[in-house]
Design a protein around this ligand. Structure first.
Ligand code: PRT
Ligand code: ZN
Length: 211
């Protein structure tokens, strides 16, 4: 029996996910364009997927566990368990407004058009704050939306803040702080749980060694 792990195929979390496995003493050969591979020295099979698909695969049990940003876990709203935060892929999901706007607080977002790739999280945030705003879901290049007249504000991931700056925007509200997390299917059997514990033990040792 092998534990099935889903990680990002390419993108910001890919390299650090592979690196973490390596630091855990798990050898996998990840050739380019490979969709799955097996570890040579641990009962682990690794699937390479788009990050957006990982929560669904883990909920369905196609993968037993996965590595994905907490932001994606929240947005997809799937029935998965967050097992451990992994300390990489750190960012925040923030609302940003044009830097010329005189922003004083959430109430200023009322009636605005907000462009985002995170409609579910933004909707929850607006509801919680009693704000009525129009959410425009777009899948990429969210930061240019205000500049081309598509929206008044945006909600997107921020790390250094330079993308906001370059697009004449400023951070107004931090909705969520996020990092990569290990997630697991909620119905793992005894054998799968034991393998997960073994992996988790190694991950925690790696994290400890870094502190
Ligand atoms: O192809 P696939 O769907 O798998 O990848 P993707 O394009 O959806 O995601 P990817 O690889 O861009 O990001 C994967 C995950 O990395 C995200 O879900 C976050 O959990 C995490 N992460 C950490 C980030 C950032 N930091 C980040 N800065 N994801 C995206 N960004 C983008 C942000 O969207 C914005 O456009 O970087 C820009 C802002 O960066 P700064 O430094 O200018 O503020
Ligand atoms: Zn994605």
């Amino acid at each position: 029996m092998k534990l099935k792990l889903a990680i990002q195929k390419s993108g910001r979390l890919h390299d650090d996910s592979i690196k973490l496995l390596k630091e855990c003493g798990i050898d996998i050969n990840n050739g380019v364009n490979q969709l799955k591979t097996a570890a040579s020295n641990f009962p682990l099979e690794v699937f390479f997927l788009r990050d957006d698909d990982i929560p669904q695969y883990v909920e369905d049990g196609v993968a037993d566990i996965g590595i994905v940003g907490e932001n994606v876990v929240m947005e997809k709203n799937k029935q998965v368990q967050i097992v451990e935060k992994l300390g990489f892929g750190k960012c925040r999901l923030s609302v940003a407004v044009p830097k010329t706007m005189d922003y004083t607080g959430v109430a200023d977002l009322d009636r605005l058009r907000i462009a985002t790739s995170y409609p579910v999280i933004v909707e929850q945030f607006l509801k919680k704050n009693n704000i009525t705003a129009e959410i425009h879901e777009i899948s990429g290049s969210v930061e240019i939306a205000p500049g081309i007249g598509l929206a008044d504000a945006i909600c997107d991931l921020v790390s250094s803040g330079s993308t906001l700056f370059m697009n004449g925007l400023k951070e107004a509200e931090v909705i969520l702080k996020s990092e990569a997390a290990l997630i697991a299917n909620k119905g793992l059997n005894e054998a799968q749980q034991q393998l997960l514990q073994k992996l988790l033990f190694r991950i925690q040792a790696v994290k400890k060694a870094k502190n």
